[in-house]
Design a protein around this ligand. Sequence first.
Ligand SMILES: Cc1cc2nc3c(=O)[nH]c(=O)nc-3n(C[C@H](O)[C@H](O)[C@H](O)COP(=O)(O)OP(=O)(O)OC[C@H]3O[C@@H](n4cnc5c(N)ncnc54)[C@H](O)[C@@H]3O)c2cc1C
Length: 457
Amino acid sequence: MAKKQYDLIVIGAGGAGSTAATTGASLGKRVALIERDKLGGTCLNYGCDPTKTLLNTANLLYHAQHASTLGLLFPQATVDWAAVQAHVRQVQKTIRGGTLEQARAGIKAQGIDLFMGEAMFTSPHEIRVNNENLRGKRFVIATGTVAFIPEIEGLSDTGYITNEEAVSLPDLPKRLVVIGGGPIGLEFAQMFSRFGVQVVVIERGKQPLPSEDPELAMALCTRLAAEGIRLEFGAEMRCGEINKRGKHIHVQCQDGKEELLVTDELLIAVGRRPALDELNLEAAGVQYTEEGITTNDTLRTNVPHIWAAGDITSEYQFTHVASDQGKLVAHNVFVRKPQTFDDRVIPWVTYTDPELARVGLSEADLKEAKIKYRVGRAYFNKLDRAIANDQTFGSVKLLADADGKLLGGHILGANAGDLIAPVVYAMRFGLTVKMIADAMLPYPTMAEAVRWAAAEF
Ligand SMILES: Cc1cc2nc3c(=O)[nH]c(=O)nc-3n(C[C@H](O)[C@H](O)[C@H](O)COP(=O)(O)OP(=O)(O)OC[C@H]3O[C@@H](n4cnc5c(N)ncnc54)[C@H](O)[C@@H]3O)c2cc1C
């Protein structure tokens, strides 16, 4: 049987792959898109969107239960878990643009041939999916990552969940142990805790959120602990077993003592690993490491007609990076002079309440690079709108060089993920702290904190 031939074959329909495929099709190219699970990838199905929906619902519940200081009493504020889950499914459907079938039809309507199945290279130009062989002139690999499962004695017999199950649990557990205190672990910890689950977080690192400003990260963790989440840093799960009382988690704590935690559910959130086990990259000759697929800065692999985009190749594992890379790579595969991926200004957010947002360099980065910098600070407890909103926790920290050029921004506070936007623009387009301080903002707004931090310089 004649093989189907394509200008571009994209593997993985997450943020990177979907964008690459639609961009390729919009350039008038013959495109195939292969997906083994659900359209939308990790973000829509098991990541950003369901977690943010659940966090929002949990936050509403928590604030309703704690609104008496504002003069409000919600004696009935409680959870209907089945309805919470139905809402998550509805949000996913809306973002997807309909049911899975409608989304598939939408892809096909753009002239893309969609194959639902596991992709496997059989040669540098050929791929097999569902016993069908496809031939491509060029390929984009955008297979993302899956949860990394550490080797711990008794773990599989004890039973555990990852983010995939955690966003759609049929019932709320009474007790939850989270292994991993990174952004994903902390978001789940706060979400479940605010739904009434007793949560313990076990984190091997001694410092919380090592990619963040240590002072702000510590302040956030103090806040989470004050809410009732038990956070154990410098602690490690040694082994586990299950009996009728629950899952038994043996933990070695920072002080060297062993502790037994009995829990109903165990969530593993210790990081991600590249999804390339089934791709058979050897048949295509594509080089990879434990971190993912190796590319140059135009996202090209060592095999000239094969490219990679998104989490599978990026050190920045975020949806905004994946979709920007997907768009760039679809152009790069068809042009003579490919463009490089610009990673100078990449923001990210830990979506706890309060949120922790970051862009650019940290003080530790600047010290290591021996770059002289100054710090501008504004505290939400001094800001009128924050006081009015009862959102006084946290601060804005801007870092700038002697000329006032912004080097980094770090915000801990309500909606910090939105408040970081002006800092991103300023860094991207070279605005100085003086320019930020000189721009009038409406009173009273939370965004004024960014202006006041800039004015500190
Ligand atoms: C719990 C959680 C919360 C997150 N929250 C955020 C957030 O708030 N903001 C943010 O920016 N990022 C967030 N992320 C990260 C974000 O989800 C990823 O950066 C993003 O999904 C990466 O997109 P991608 O296209 O590279 O990979 P993915 O979205 O993982 O898509 C890869 C696709 O490839 C498919 N695939 C893999 N192998 C094959 C194969 N052999 N054949 C066919 N198909 C294959 C997979 O099924 C998958 O659908 C979160 C991640 C997690 C886990």
